[in-house]
Design a protein around this ligand. Structure first.
Ligand code: 9MR
Length: 560
């Protein structure tokens, strides 16, 4: 039957759900026949044609798709293609998505700030407490008139944003929301799962208790006097490669209140109030008050944009860490107003929403949250009879139109994936574009139960777990060809060889890589599994949270 030529085959390295669409991709220039070999039965059980053979423009390689969906029996299989030989073995199993879901949720424990990470839960990844953040200075950009520059606030807890040790409200906003929406929609399943995470507030399901760690920090970022929210909590400069409990002599600051941070905060607090109310009314009330106050501040300061260069011209110390400098706030206004409207049913919030002002060309990201209020509204409209709006058909249409486009890309591409069919998919953090496409598709599925949307979302899971040009699993600790050297300070500085598990790294892009040498140069292949590549190999909470959402939706659909 020919020799092994495993380099030609791309597959989901965690396996395939028995009842899902199952696509394997093969690097080839010409259409040919395939066979599927079943290891248990020691025979070929299916034959077919390699389809869609064509150039994948952004990888500059030619691929074809192999559809083996009709095999539904759990087991271990290989593909054989004429002239190419055998693939590596792969699995069909009901638990194909379990490790990805569990580990990506548990990762949000491992990256906690202000607490020791316990061996009981984290095993070899246990570590002493990082940044307590109980005495954080107010940066001169945020000092009020006459305020003592030595004033400190306590701003403990939260998740480290990424490979660095800072905490940014804008990025925390979309991350926390994605985690919360997953619970709102798949809470029954997420509430039943067993996580290696300590349980603090027993009134809450452990999943929500885990997310609360970040809400606890977010709450402290609001100036309770006026309701405004600081843009970030940060060192003046990025740290070296040190563990978080070391090198804490550098002062930490909360920096300038901005409208983006304040609106994102308002949206997340309103969403949290609605979800936590069922379990802890006092907590929900606190979140609601915080949201209302933040929104009021934003109304009084509608356009305070974060501009780090300008800030550094005016204030000392200069701040050189992540900017998250969103300049277009139409989407943040829609988001905050919608979440407050859903929570309070007060139409004066909804009257501020203008769907036509936001941009839906790309799926959600930290800088464009246009789709998030649509998800919340669509979900709550379906589940809560009290919310019913004349705009609903429009909301539904914006979501399903985008899903139809993604499905079309998935269906017609030689790569069998919606991701990467547009050049604009390959931005910094391209893997979150993929995961967020999955989140959009799953939300669209809830509206009209079009099973093609689920197929395309499965394609995203495949892509992230190895069915990609580089044949690499972008989730640490999962798959057979794993990322090993993410730009993650703790993983680099600790003594454990393998990085923290459950972290989705940023992914390939070729627009902004001044950090390293790269073996390939195309948008879909410019990637390096090295510490130096912060532009393709860093981890970040917003990327992880979109992946948690995707895996919650798929596990709920296929294994629950
Ligand atoms: O995800 C951010 C990406 O969209 C930007 O292009 C990039 C450069 O500004 O910054 C990314 O966010 C980083 C943040 O600024 C600091 N912590 C690490 C984040 C992930 O790389």
């Amino acid at each position: 039957c020919g020799t092994e030529n495993t380099n030609r085959f791309r597959m989901n390295q965690e396996g395939y759900f028995p009842t899902a669409k199952k696509i394997i991709t093969v690097k080839t220039d010409s259409p040919s026949k395939f066979l599927v070999y079943d290891e248990e039965q020691d025979k070929n059980i299916l034959a077919g044609d390699v389809e869609n053979v064509a150039l994948w423009e952004y990888a500059n390689e030619s691929y074809g798709t192999i559809d083996i969906s009709e095999i539904k029996k759990e087991g271990t299989y290989k593909i054989w293609v004429k002239d190419l030989g055998y693939s590596e073995p792969f699995e069909i199993r009901k638990e194909a998505g379990e490790k990805s879901l569990l580990s990506s949720i548990e990762a949000f424990y491992l990256i906690r700030c202000s607490t020791p990470i316990e061996e009981e839960y984290a095993g070899v990844y246990a570590r002493p407490e990082g940044h307590p953040d109980t005495e954080v200075l107010i940066h001169p950009s945020a000092l009020k008139e006459g305020q003592d520059p030595k004033t400190t606030i306590s701003s403990a807890r939260g998740w480290y944003d990424a490979g660095d040790y800072n905490k940014y409200v804008v990025n925390s906003g979309i991350s926390t929301y994605s985690m919360l929406l997953a619970f709102e929609q798949y809470g029954e399943m997420l509430g039943e799962m067993v996580y290696k995470i300590p349980h603090e507030n027993k009134a809450l399901p452990l999943y929500l208790d885990n997310v609360k760690w970040n809400l606890d920090w977010l709450v402290t970022m609001q100036d309770v006097e006026d309701g405004g929210v600081y843009h970030k909590l940060t060192n003046a400069n990025f740290d070296g490669i040190v563990m978080p409990h070391k090198g804490q002599d550098n002062p930490r600051y909360v920096v300038q209140k901005t409208t983006a941070a304040t609106l994102d905060f308002a949206a997340v607090m309103a969403c949290a109030a609605r979800i936590y109310k069922k379990y802890d009314e006092a907590l929900a009330e606190q979140y609601q008050l915080a949201a209302v106050k933040a929104y009021q501040w934003a109304e009084k300061h509608p356009a305070v944009i974060y501009d780090q260069n300008k800030l550094n011209e005016t204030f000392e110390p200069k701040v050189n860490t992540g900017a998250y400098d969103d300049k277009n706030l139409a989407d943040e206004w829609n988001w905050a107003a919608t979440e407050l409207y859903i929570l309070t049913k007060d139409d004066s919030y909804y009257s501020k929403v203008d769907w036509d002002k936001a941009n839906y060309e790309q799926v959600q990201s930290w800088g464009n949250v246009a789709f998030l209020p649509l998800y919340s509204l669509a979900h709550n409209e379906k589940t809560e009879s009290a919310i019913s709006h004349k705009d609903f058909p429009k909301v539904e249409k914006i979501i399903t139109q985008k899903a139809d486009l993604l499905y079309e890309q998935y269906k017609t591409s030689s790569a069998g994936v919606s991701m990467g069919q547009l050049k604009s998919d390959f931005v910094w953090g391209s893997n979150s574009v993929a995961a967020n496409q999955g989140m959009l598709l799953l939300n669209a599925y809830k509206l009209n139960y079009n099973s093609g949307y689920i197929d395309a979302a499965v394609g995203i899971f495949d892509y992230l777990l190895g069915r990609n040009p580089l044949k690499i699993s972008y989730l640490t600790g999962a798959g057979t060809h794993q990322v090993m050297h993410p730009h993650h300070r703790i993983s680099e500085a600790d003594t454990v060889k393998a990085p923290y598990p459950g972290l989705l790294i940023g992914g390939p892009q070729n627009e902004n890589n001044e950090d390293c040498e790269y073996p390939y140069d195309m948008p879909a292949t410019k990637f390096s599994d090295t510490w130096c590549s912060y532009s393709t190999n860093e981890i970040a909470i917003n990327w992880n949270a979109s992946f948690v959402y995707l895996m919650a939706g798929l596990n709920n659909h296929f294994s629950h």
